[in-house]
Design a protein around this ligand. Structure first.
Ligand SMILES: [Zn+2]
Ligand SMILES: [Zn+2]
Length: 333
């Protein structure tokens, strides 16, 4: 079976019979967007098709540059675009994230965007969709990447706060998805204190809140005297850990919530005292599990550590190849 109607062109992954790009890296006439992360959802496309969650995120980020014609498509609904039937299925990655199922004359291709298989109260869980071609990322596509249960990692944070009741705990997390997941999971684990936010995390968290996510009491760091932050939990974007902003805190415990924290060397280099291995991307066992669950004829691997996953898939009898997508390297996580 050959799927020759989906290819890499100048703006990214292009579906020829539908005349649209998926997550184009340059402004396109017609863009189908898997989710709101900036390396997938870019501004200035003319026509945008996405889930309503993703559209809310894009509007929040890009305002009128979000797109000229914006069309929401709910999960499980079908939209005919020329000769292609398009539908979205939950990807379990961040709020609104979708896998795109393309059906062209009975050939089914799933473009999964980014996904994970773990519990995440901010989004619908990933759903395996049967198809001939499954397109996957492989950010953590090496056997060394096995992510622990997030409740164990967050318990480490809660325990550290008990052990060092006078030190502020400063935890870096990505502003879209990771931050809101941490907030909800901490509340579920019984952490009832106010949680302090860096200003860069406020907007998206408020957007989630407007759409029904309840994070308990949140306070902006900028409104508080730094002495009152001893013994408190403060979330900030990862970049803020290294800049001047973080110097205002007295003897902080520095943490970072990322799948990359599995590599302790990396944590050490960045001066992270409390590495929290919490990822919104599939780890190696999840990638393998997904391959088995979806059971496609072919696996196309986009960004990340392609080689090991391709080799593994081939050893199990799947056709597998790399699909190089520019601009997706080094996934922010
Ligand atoms: Zn993403
Ligand atoms: Zn990505």
């Amino acid at each position: 079976m050959t799927v020759d109607w989906l290819k890499i062109k100048d703006h990214g992954l292009y579906c020829e019979p539908g005349g649209f790009y998926i997550d184009p890296w340059r402004p396109a006439e017609y863009a189908v967007i898997t989710h709101g992360h900036a390396d997938h959802a870019r501004p200035n496309n003319k026509h945008v098709l996405a889930t309503s969650g993703t559209i809310e995120i894009m509007k929040h980020r890009y305002r009128e540059a979000c797109g000229e014609k914006i069309q929401p498509l709910p999960y499980y609904h079908h939209l005919q675009i020329k000769d292609i039937s398009v539908s979205f299925y939950p990807a379990g990655h961040v709020w609104g994230s979708a896998q795109v199922l393309l059906d062209y004359r009975g050939q089914r291709v799933v473009v999964s965007g980014d996904y994970k298989r773990r519990y995440d109260p901010t989004c619908e869980p990933f759903e395996p969709v049967s198809c001939e071609v499954f397109i996957t990322e492989a950010t953590f596509g090496l056997p060394v990447f096995t992510h622990p249960d997030d409740s164990l990692e967050l318990q480490k944070l809660i325990d550290s706060m008990k052990s060092y009741p006078d030190r502020p705990h400063l935890v870096g997390c990505y502003a879209l998805g990771k931050c809101q997941r941490l907030l909800l999971r901490l509340r579920q684990l019984g952490y009832g204190q106010p949680i302090y936010l860096h200003g860069a995390l406020e907007g998206l968290t408020q957007l989630y809140h407007q759409h029904g996510f309840d994070f308990g009491e949140l306070i902006l760091v900028s409104t508080i005297d730094k002495k009152q932050l001893n013994g408190q939990l403060i979330l900030c974007p990862p970049s803020a850990l290294a800049d001047r902003w973080s110097r205002r805190f007295e003897d902080p415990v520095i943490g970072l919530a990322s799948g990359w924290m599995r590599i302790l060397q990396r944590a050490k280099q960045k001066g992270i005292e409390l590495p929290l291995v919490i990822s919104d991307h599939a780890d190696w066992p999840e990638l393998i599990q997904t391959l088995e669950d979806v059971n496609p004829d072919q696996l196309w691997v986009t960004h990340g550590q392609e080689d090991a996953l391709i080799h593994y898939a081939q050893s199990k009898g799947y056709e597998a190849k790399a699909l190089s997508l520019v601009g997706m390297e080094g996934e922010s996580e």
